[in-house]
Design a protein around this ligand. Structure first.
Ligand SMILES: [Fe+2]
Ligand SMILES: [Fe+2]
Ligand SMILES: [Fe+2]
Length: 470
């Protein structure tokens, strides 16, 4: 019997924050730095502890709506050109999880200038002091030069912030920041390699703990954050979660274990947040370097989640989905007999869902071809043959659950993207998005199908990427 988990929400948020800042060295630690600056400024202003904790959480995820590396880099400019798109998307995603509704409001207005008063999109809703704090903290972090010694930068950063007092920033916040900036510890903490532990200590008194049902609710938010970065993967985690849960039920997992399997399915590709969308959506064969960047994702998922003891089994189920029965998978090369049954289920659910979805480099497979592909992978000791047989035996049932879960998620995706008009923005500059929307995906690079080869070189890597690299 697996122990019932009880996980602080803040632990899950910090995992998320850890992964999103891996997407580029230029943004390393940016979310943590903003979280620290905002909460420390909140303390300097004498805000209650609960408001300070909200600032940590908001800072830890504030740029979650910046989908591509280009957007993340753009958000680091002191004066951001078009910030509303990433702030609105971040808000739309976060507000779907009730305990984060206040955090969502802070994220929504974290680029709103003080002298703009109320945001034009919400004329009746005054921008809270928390959002103004988050804005100032974000701009301070954007001004930090990672290549230079930090204490020597304090004066110039203060001057730059003070110039905007009464315009970009609330004057009272600028005074408080100026006081804080005189203290060396503040700057040394901001640039400390142990900033993550400092923040986790600040959140120690967090009271909200997620039980299994709470984690499943949180997982729905996580899967949106992971999947909505690309129209091609917008429903992937939902399909994997539904397929894995129904396979788990068929092999006799208890109801609570089935919920854990759904949770694991939702977060199995958490590490993809560290993979640039420019690579995920490339409508052509990846270079070897790009492919290696994609392959990192399960390692990142595992390392991000391993700090949380209560979900160590979920972590193994989620993170080992590219391991293979013959030990030739990645990144740990665990052999079949050492893989938990849940991990083997997840691997089958992942491949099954991936090959029945359209991707930038190929179209979805019809059912009969998908089943032949799965059987071939079982015969080649890639997937667990018992789990593949179970899927074949109950194909109609599992497939309809998968399709229903993905259809529901597609509706949610379309609704958010239509609301935000993000689709048009992406269509202007993203060939993968154009191909997707015009119904003429680029399949020339890879022949439009899954390539099953048996060589051990890049052909083998291509196979893993195309069949299971999702
Ligand atoms: Fe930011
Ligand atoms: Fe994956
Ligand atoms: Fe996947």
């Amino acid at each position: 019997m697996i122990k019932q988990p009880l996980v602080p929400l803040s632990d899950m948020i910090m995992c998320l924050s850890d992964v999103v800042d891996l997407v580029s060295p230029a943004v390393a630690n940016h979310h943590k730095q903003v979280a620290y600056i905002a909460s420390t400024l909140g303390a300097e202003l004498g805000l209650p502890a609960e408001r300070q904790r909200e600032l940590v959480l908001a800072g830890a995820v504030h740029d979650i709506g910046a989908i591509s590396v280009r957007e993340r880099m753009g958000a680091l400019q002191f004066e951001v050109d078009t910030p509303s798109q990433h702030t609105e998307l971040g808000y739309s995603l976060l507000k779907t999880f009730v305990p984060l509704v206040k955090v969502a409001d802070l994220v929504r207005f974290h680029h709103t200038h003080w002298n703009q008063g109320n945001c034009a999109k919400a004329p009746c809703q005054p921008v809270s002091i928390g959002a103004h704090i988050l804005h100032l903290a974000d701009r301070v972090a954007a001004l930090l030069n990672k290549q230079q010694e930090v204490l020597g930068q304090a004066r110039a950063i203060c001057d730059r912030i003070a110039e905007q007092s009464g315009r970009m920033f609330m004057p009272e916040l600028v005074y408080a920041f100026t006081r804080l900036a005189e203290k060396e510890y503040f700057w040394l903490d901001v640039t400390s390699p142990t900033l993550g532990s400092i923040l986790r200590r600040q959140l120690r008194s967090e009271t909200l703990e997620l039980d299994m049902d709470g984690l499943v609710d949180f997982a729905a938010l996580l899967s949106r954050i992971i999947d909505f970065r690309s129209p091609f993967t917008a429903t992937h985690s939902s399909g994997v979660a539904a397929s894995a849960e129904s396979l788990a039920r068929l092999v006799g997992f208890s109801e609570s274990e089935c919920k854990m399997m759904r949770f694991a399915g939702c977060l199995h590709d958490l590490g993809k947040l560290a993979v640039p969308t420019e690579i995920l959506e490339k409508p052509a064969r990846l270079t070897e370097d790009e492919f290696n960047i994609v392959r990192r994702h399960t390692f990142y998922t595992y390392r991000a989640l391993e700090h949380i003891d209560d979900i160590s089994t979920v972590n193994c189920w989620a993170s080992f989905h590219h391991e293979r029965m013959d030990g030739k998978g990645y990144p740990f090369h665990i052999k079949g007999q050492d893989l938990l049954l849940g991990s083997r289920i997840m691997a089958v659910a992942d491949v099954f869902t991936a090959i029945t979805e359209d991707r930038p480099y190929r179209e979805a497979m019809p059912n009969d071809r998908a089943l032949r592909t799965l059987q071939q992978m079982a015969d080649d000791s890639i997937l667990d043959s018992h789990m593949v047989s179970l899927l074949k035996l109950h194909f109609d049932e599992i497939n309809s659950l998968r399709m229903a879960a993905q259809a529901t998620k597609r509706l949610a995706y379309d609704e958010i993207m239509n609301d935000l008009d993000v689709a048009n923005r992406r269509g202007n500059d993203n060939p993968a998005w154009l191909a997707f929307n015009c119904g003429s995906q680029s399949t020339t690079a890879l022949g439009g199908g899954v390539e099953i080869t048996s060589d051990g070189g890049l052909g083998e890597q291509s196979k893993l990427l195309q069949v299971g690299g999702n």
